[in-house]
Design a protein around this ligand. Structure first.
Ligand SMILES: O=C(O)C(=O)C[C@]1(C(=O)O)C=C[C@@H](O)C=C1
Length: 413
């Protein structure tokens, strides 16, 4: 039979469960759909045997003969298809790291409420997905009020040629999740993203459970549900509980529990397990207290930069290197202070290609220093002369300087 004849045209009328849209299951599964527009409605053309269950019969229209063939032919684009949607983001695909229900997905939806979110296994996959036009944007964490900087993303910003086009600040509220019927006291182990474990350290110490890190919070929830781990809890979002069918055993556990007693013996065994955990070395937040003001800042990355404006608050992010010499960093930072520009963040990372700089000091032999890349965020737009002058001035001191992005400051709560 002609393969075209085996298709039924399903008029989806935006009825496709929004969770499919958010999880990316539609795109990743073998049920990949071919989109077309039929009578002004979004239509998905799918093999009958595969996807008949996705839609109710009332939403399906079977066409026959020549008409059936014609409807599976590609429809010519119109200028309407190519103009941006009126809401500005319903046709935007946004990559994030983690499983559906991760906080990064929530950040993507905060930035683009109607977007299609695309989960990625690693940060690098999200960068590549933007570069290769698989998605329009990526939303990735860059720092948190408890855990500090996400160094991996600083390194990837330099390696890839994407532009920062926005930022999202989000209050992160963690839940302790468990399988239905499991009580909090029955948990022996809690798994989550290392940042989430660090953010909930005090509450977890009181619970006297072993902590183990996994790639992301929603991935932890997925693991507990998929292999039926009755003695294991996951720290994740309330939305992850809904997606993976888990119970919320406690809400907002980044704020220390008051009603859970800690026990000396289990505290010491917990300390041992923390020392053994690999994330101890990677996250410098471990000694800090849980906070009821747990904020993560995410960057929005795109292939194209935004055009800097001066009529609303903008931030600019740059990366540069410096020659060695007394007070050179002081001089570099002074280019902003001299022009009344507020610096909001400074981060230094070792230069991987040339980690050590050898300096010849005739009398005392040669000295070796680490060579650094400096990342700075400052509150000014590249549309403002004071920002242009500051960077012109910095260029005199910096052998390498790159503007990573100039973007509107997130002023929303
Ligand atoms: O694991 C997730 O859910 C993420 O989105 C990642 C991440 C992070 O990298 O900091 C984001 C916010 C929370 O603080 C915990 C984890």
């Amino acid at each position: 039979m002609n393969s075209l004849m085996a298709f039924k045209v399903n008029i989806t009328i935006s009825s496709l469960d929004s969770s499919y849209k958010r999880t990316g299951l539609v795109l990743n599964s073998k049920r990949d759909v071919v989109s077309c527009v039929l009578g002004g409605k979004q239509a998905a053309i799918t093999p009958v045997e595969d996807d008949g269950h996705l839609l109710s019969s009332a939403q399906s229209v079977e066409l026959s003969g020549i008409q059936r063939n014609m409807n599976v032919l590609p429809r010519p684009l119109t200028s309407k298809d190519l103009s941006p949607s009126s809401d500005g983001c319903s046709n935007v695909r946004v990559a994030y790291k983690g499983a559906p229900g991760a906080f990064s997905e929530a950040a993507a939806l905060k930035a683009y409420p109607l977007c299609e979110t695309v989960p990625c296994e690693e940060f690098e996959a999200a960068f590549k997905a933007v570069e290769l036009w698989v998605v329009n944007k990526a939303v990735l964490p860059i720092e948190s009020s408890v855990g500090g900087s996400v160094h991996r993303n600083y390194d990837l910003l330099l390696r890839h040629r994407l532009h920062i086009v926005g930022e999202v600040q989000m209050v992160v509220q963690h839940c302790l999740l468990g399988l239905p019927g499991v009580r909090m006291e029955e948990l022996k182990r809690v798994i989550s993203h290392p940042q989430a474990l660090a953010q909930c350290k005090i509450s977890l110490n009181k619970l006297a459970v072993v902590k183990e890190s996994v790639d992301d919070t929603a991935g932890a929830a997925q693991l507990v549900a998929s292999i039926n781990l009755r003695d294991t809890g996951a720290i994740a979002s309330a939305r992850a509980a809904e997606i993976y069918g888990l119970n919320i055993l406690a809400e907002r556990i980044e704020v220390p529990f008051n009603n859970v007693h800690s026990n000396e013996d289990s505290y010491f065994s917990l300390s041992r397990s923390i020392q053994n955990a690999t994330w101890f070395a990677n996250y410098r937040s471990i000694g800090q207290d849980d906070s009821d003001n747990n904020i993560t800042r995410f960057l929005i990355l795109s292939r194209e930069p935004v055009i800097p404006r001066a009529d609303r608050p903008f931030k600019t992010s740059i990366v540069f290197t410096l020659e060695e010499g007394p007070g050179i960093l002081f001089k570099a930072l002074a280019v902003f202070a001299l022009r009344g520009i507020n610096m909001t963040k400074i981060e230094s990372r070792p230069q991987r290609k040339r980690p050590m700089r050898v300096v010849d000091e005739c009398d005392s032999g040669s000295a070796k220093y680490f060579d650094y890349l400096f990342y700075i965020d400052f509150e000014a737009s590249m549309a403002e002369p004071r920002a242009q002058n500051a960077l012109g001035h910095l260029q005199e001191l910096a052998p390498f300087l790159r503007v990573l992005g100039c973007y509107p400051i997130d002023t929303a709560q």
